[in-house]
Design a protein around this ligand. Structure first.
Ligand code: NAG
Ligand code: NAG
Ligand code: NAG
Ligand code: NAG
Ligand code: NAG
Length: 874
């Protein structure tokens, strides 16, 4: 008995050591900061600001991003900036264009830096452009387009207007003079420059040069130096010219006198002078001028070629730190000429991508079972027991790791706007190795990426190249390869368009924005234009096609509560054309259900929207299986979004199927027109940037709707929530080609008489969803796939993509969001029915089995006894 306990304990402690389910930690993202146009340093940290409105704090030694913050407003103008202050505080200010009025407004942030992350101590709004900022002794001095302001931090940010200008101030500098302990501002109105002290404001006209060419300097006097050549001394009463020369550092010294080599330029950084010559930067201290340099740094290319650069000299004057942003968007950081780290920001702007699986074949238990079938049954049985034992105790042969086994080992290949190709491993392994495997820059600019049989191809002009992601090489493909995998379509804009098809496909479709039409093509050796559809007085926005065919639809009917079924409308080759129609009081988004082979229009549905909708990025449509899901901004409030579903059925009568009669459905037969049920829901306080539907390998797992929001979050919730049968409107496209109706609105159904509520349908009781209608979708925190993270939003130039990529596990699919950041995670719409998760506690299960066995063993004699007594009827 005792040995049994010992055995049990050993057994339990062994089961405790089972590792946690890795999949739950398997999400990752890039931490992009954008291409910086402003930066300041301290000895340990670097602060940057980029056009995407991202303020970031970087560890100077390692290049690690310690903190980043994207302001809600982006993009921001490059006149925004950072003001160096101290180890404790820094000021960032952003100028931005207001959406509707195109007025320039600005914000100023005072950051506290005592923690490793940034803390916004104060955020101030201004109604015009900020031109210059200075922080001195708890006062923030701000020059905006019309004012010079003094903001007192100590007395609750009280604002005093020092100067008010009739005309816009186009440029300004503020300068603290240690000599007369006062603050000067120089500003430019029209093309005239004035300067004054701030304590006693009397503008003095200065005709030396424009502000852009001016530099302040403190030496024995207050100096204004124009174009590094004319040196003026000034005080609150006036100015006078002291000297003219070349590359003047101050009234006495010129940079030329410090360097034996011809100089390209110089920079004054606090008490230091940095002189750039042919390929070297030399540092001099300006107080104890000696002719020997304190430090030197070599340059690999001239600074004038960079997008942005900034210097920092360490406190003890021994290090020249240089941050350079190269023309191909790489941030490099040098210390005394040695490259400490670099960070490529090219993948903030991505124009195309593909996903490829690893070359190792995945192996699932199913495959193993098939393998076993062929051998001896007894042998198979023992092999199975061994296999189960090994997988339970984690001793499985690890030649195929989990990622390969379940087809999770995949690569995301991204093509950046500036033509680089990045290879990211999608599966995050335990070792936390970086996801970015490689970046390379092909010699030619590609416009698209394609995938054919696990290989990657790229398009340049009219040629296809194979891209070897391991070696980073490209090779041009032959004509025959191109013609067997692509069709070169002459579209209506007379541009050649590459369409990836396989040889058996005869029909393609193209959308032309210039002629506002959609055209069908038939391929028979060459392109024949077969049909054309151009909606009158409406602008084509997009064409949505299903991403998978009928073969991949797992269930072709919905099972109703009374166990009858409602057949989905799965007629192939149907697409959804979305257009925008302008109306008097409000606009409409129109959806056409269109046969992509014959061009027949099966139906037309309308959704009313607010007139000021931005159709370029506010309307998102997807079409999958038998439903069209779309999002539009709410008609009366732009911060809310409506998400609607149009579910298509063959007939609304349960158990009736029209397409069942014919074995083969042809696009040229008399079409089967769908019936629909549609309903809208409200997502309060959310604006949508991307919309996608989850897809798994066999599409057995339920469908989730995935959204990328303006706040940089990825959210997923079941499609079941957004369902037309939740008290929606139903209708049918009976009169072929002439049907018009409105999709139900959230508010009163001001729709044409013909559509009816589900409740008024004669099949109401059976087809209505038992899930009661609630117009508001409140996103529960578990539905937020990004958890606490905030992804960077990019609406400068790159594209936004949101998609799912199935794995071999039916329950599990990758979700990838590409915007300013790349974010990858796993989604399990039906939770993991094919795999034990971390919530599965093998310890408890084993303990339960043991307790049950003990129970059986202890109860058994008693039962035996009862049985015997029972026989004797005692
Ligand atoms: C920067 O990284 C180094 C090495 O990891 C670390 O020792 C240092 O404390 C970091 N500095 C800051 C400011 O976080
Ligand atoms: C500034 O000085 C450089 C030489 O140092 C000269 O080539 C350039 O023309 C000057 N620019 C102006 C606006 O005076
Ligand atoms: C100067 O300061 C840097 C850090 O800021 C340090 O690494 C270096 O050793 C210092 N050099 C001297 C000579 O003190
Ligand atoms: C459109 O939106 C604006 C606010 O953005 C609102 O004031 C207006 O009433 C809306 N129009 C309609 C027809 O609801
Ligand atoms: C950029 O994105 C913000 C937030 O996502 C949005 O409010 C704004 O309208 C967008 N601007 C442009 C020009 O796309």
């Amino acid at each position: 008995m005792r040995s049994a306990y010992v055995f049990l304990l050993a057994f339990l402690s062994y089961t405790l050591a089972l590792t946690q389910d890795q999949i739950f930690q398997n999400d990752w993202q890039t931490v992009n900061i954008g291409v910086p146009f402003a930066s300041v340093h301290t000895d340990q940290r670097i602060f940057t600001l980029s056009e995407l409105g991202i303020f970031s704090i970087i560890n100077a030694t390692t290049g690690g991003i310690l903190y980043r913050y994207q302001s809600e407003i982006s993009p921001i103008r490059p006149t925004s900036g950072l003001v160096e202050v101290s180890n404790k505080q820094i000021i960032s200010f952003i100028n931005y264009e207001e959406d509707s009025s195109r007025n320039i407004k600005s914000k100023l942030f005072l950051w506290g830096l005592l923690k490793s992350y940034g803390v916004i101590e104060k955020e101030l709004d201004f109604t015009s452009n900020i031109v210059a900022v200075l922080l001195k002794d708890d006062h923030i001095y701000v020059v905006d387009e019309r004012h010079i302001l003094d903001i007192d931090i100590k007395s609750d940010y009280e604002i005093t207007t020092l100067y008010k200008s009739e005309h816009p101030i186009v440029d300004a500098r503020i300068f603290y003079s240690a000599l007369d302990k006062s603050i000067y501002a120089a500003f430019e109105i029209g093309s005239k420059v004035f300067f004054s002290t701030l304590s006693n404001f009397v503008p003095i006209h200065f005709d030396g040069c424009r502000i852009k060419r001016m530099r302040f300097h403190n030496s024995l006097e207050n100096l204004m130096i124009c174009n590094d050549s004319d040196v003026y001394a000034f005080d609150s009463f006036g100015y006078r010219k002291l000297k003219s020369g070349r590359n003047m550092i101050n009234e006495k010294l010129s940079a030329e006198s410090l360097s034996a080599d011809p100089i390209k330029g110089f920079e004054v950084v606090k008490d230091h002078i940095l002189i750039e010559s042919e390929n070297e930067i030399t540092l001099f201290n300006h107080e104890y001028l000696s002719l020997s340099a304190d430090a030197k740094s070599f340059l690999s290319y001239p600074l004038s070629d960079s997008i942005h650069h900034s210097f920092h000299v360490s406190k003890n004057s021994t290090e020249i730190n240089l941050l350079v942003v190269s023309p191909n968007n790489v941030v490099d950081y040098y210390r005394n000429g040695e490259l400490l780290w670099s960070n490529d920001q090219s993948f903030v702007d991505i124009k195309d991508f593909v996903v490829v699986g690893s070359e190792l074949k995945s192996s699932l238990t199913v495959d193993e079972l098939i393998f076993e079938k062929s051998s001896n049954i007894l042998l198979s049985y023992f092999r199975r027991i061994r296999h189960n034992y090994q997988s339970l105790f984690g001793k499985l042969d690890s030649t195929l790791d989990e990622a390969h086994r379940f087809g999770m080992s995949k690569y995301l290949i991204a093509l950046s706007e500036n033509g680089k190709i990045g290879v990211f491993s999608m599966y995050k392994n335990e070792n936390n190795t970086p996801q970015l495997e490689k970046i390379f820059t092909p010699q030619i600019q590609f416009t698209h990426l394609y995938k054919i049989d696990r290989k990657i191809y790229a398009l340049h002009d009219a040629s296809i190249y194979e891209v070897d992601i391991k070696l980073g090489q490209i090779t041009k493909k032959s004509e025959t390869f191109v013609s067997s995998n692509f069709k070169i379509l002459q579209n209506q804009d007379s541009k050649a368009e590459f369409v990836q098809t396989d040889a058996r496909e005869f029909y393609t479709v193209s959308v032309s924005t210039s002629s506002n039409s959609i055209q069908g093509h038939f391929w028979n050796d060459k392109q024949l234009d077969s049909w054309n559809f151009s909606p009158k007085d409406e602008n084509i926005l997009s064409l949505a096609k299903r991403s998978y065919g009928n073969v991949d639809v797992a269930q072709n009917a919905i099972v109703l509560p009374d166990r009858s079924s409602l057949y989905k409308y799965l007629i192939p080759n149907v697409g959804v054309l979305t257009t925008h129609k302008e109306g008097e009081a409000s606009d409409s988004i129109v959806f056409y259900l269109i046969n992509l082979i014959t061009g027949q229009v099966y139906g037309r549905l309308e959704k009313e929207v607010n007139k000021s909708i931005n159709t370029n990025h506010d309307v998102h449509v997807t079409f999958e299986e038998n439903f069209i899901v779309f999002t539009v901004p709410d008609k009366s409030s732009f911060i809310d979004t409506q998400i609607c579903s149009i579910d298509l059925f063959e007939v609304l009568k349960p158990d009736k199927k029209l397409s069942g009669k014919s074995a083969v459905i042809s696009a040229f037969d008399e079409p089967i027109l769908p019936m629909f049920a549609s309903q809208c829901f409200l997502l309060p306080g959310t604006s949508v940037r991307g919309l996608s539907i989850s897809r798994t390998r066999h599409n057995i797992a339920t469908k989730d709707i995935i959204l990328l929001t303006n706040m940089g979050r990825v959210v997923a919730f079941p499609k079941m929530i957004v369902d037309g049968r939740r008290n929606g409107i139903i209708g049918g496209f009976k009169n072929f080609n002439s049907v018009e109706s409105s999709v139900i609105l959230l508010d009163d159904a001001k729709v044409s008489p013909f559509p009816q509520r589900i409740s008024s349908s004669k099949y109401a009781s059976s087809i209505a969803s038992k899930f009661a209608y609630d117009p508001i979708i409140s996103v529960n925190p578990q539905a937020v796939l990004t958890h606490h993270r905030k992804l960077v939003v990019n609406n400068l130039s790159g594209s936004t993509f949101l998609f799912t990529e199935p794995t071999e596990l039916e329950s599990t699919t990758y979700v990838v969001s590409i915007d300013g950041d790349i974010f990858v995670t796993f989604l399990r719409p039906s939770s993991s029915f094919d795999r034990l998760t971390s919530s599965f506690n093998s310890k408890v299960v084993i303990a339960t089995i043991v307790v049950l066995l003990i129970g059986i063993a202890s109860v058994r004699p008693k039962i035996q006894r009862n049985k015997i007594l029972g026989r004797w009827a005692l």
